[in-house]
Design a binder for this molecule. Structure first.
Ligand SMILES: [Zn+2]
Ligand SMILES: [Zn+2]
Length: 256
């Protein structure tokens, strides 16, 4: 059977993914084996069948690789993400406004850092203007709580040094929004063409080559003298895009 029909197996798999939104590919394959012990279609065919059934409700299972860990992941995403509110449900308009401010500060961060410190993020809350109703402003404590929720809901990642950056979920679910709103700042990996906010960049300032860590690893694996895939200049992998691990993000926001 080459094109499996949609069945209870697909339904069970989808239900589990709906409740988790995002899981590692290993976990998804295990789940698939669990819900269909007798029927082992190719995992890709299986996902394609689920996706066929989802297209009418503007949802899609996307497969990607986590920028920070290189883990392969499977996520349920909205294909019609015109507005953040349609995707990040469960937040008030004011909370979404704050999230948008944070996205803005992260994407526009100077020197392609693609992150802001938690302190800077809390300070951003005071910039939310609500002239009509002062009680609708976010207090510092409310902003701190909200940051915890954004991290818990997997919209933002918080590093050990407190730096906040975009998560795989945000990059997948808000892909079109980010590309449209930040045409100049959003960059793509030279190899996989997906958005990149963490990885390596070419030493040559004029060169646009950017590589995810996992893409760079595969690409340079058997190369004695690593060279930029774009301009061919020597590549040492030490010039980064995104914040280096264990480094603190600046406490004031500087935009590009
Ligand atoms: Zn890549
Ligand atoms: Zn280059």
């Amino acid at each position: 059977m080459t094109t499996p029909d949609y069945s209870d197996t697909h339904r069970l798999f989808l239900q589990a993914l709906i409740s988790r939104r995002l899981m590692t590919e290993d976990a998804a394959i295990q789940l698939y084996a669990h819900v269909s012990p007798f029927d082992q279609d190719d995992f890709t065919d299986f996902i394609n069948t689920v996706n066929d059934s989802l297209s009418s409700v503007e949802l899609e299972i996307r497969r990607a690789q986590d920028e920070a860990t290189g883990d392969k992941i499977v996520a349920l995403t909205n294909t019609n993400e015109q507005k953040i509110a349609q995707v990040a449900t469960g937040y008030s308009p004011l909370e979404l406004e704050y999230f948008k401010h944070l996205l803005d500060a992260i994407v526009m961060a100077d020197d392609e850092l693609y992150c802001i410190s938690s302190t800077a993020a809390v300070n951003e809350a005071s910039k939310l203007k609500n002239k009509e109703n002062k009680s609708l402003q976010l207090t510092k404590a409310a902003a701190e709580d909200l940051l915890t929720r954004f991290v818990h809901d997997k919209w933002l990642i918080k590093s050990k040094t407190g730096a906040l950056s975009l998560s795989t979920r945000t990059l997948l679910e808000l892909q079109s929004f980010l590309k449209e709103a930040y045409e100049e700042q959003v960059q793509e990996c030279t190899l996989c063409m997906e958005i990149i906010t963490k990885g390596q960049r070419c030493n040559v300032a004029a060169c646009a080559a950017r590589l995810h860590q996992h893409c760079a690893k595969t690409y340079f694996e058997n190369m004695n003298n690593p060279a930029c895939p774009s301009c061919r200049s020597p590549w040492d992998g030490k010039t980064l895009i995104g914040l280096a691990p264990n480094v603190e993000a600046p406490h004031t926001i500087r935009r590009r």
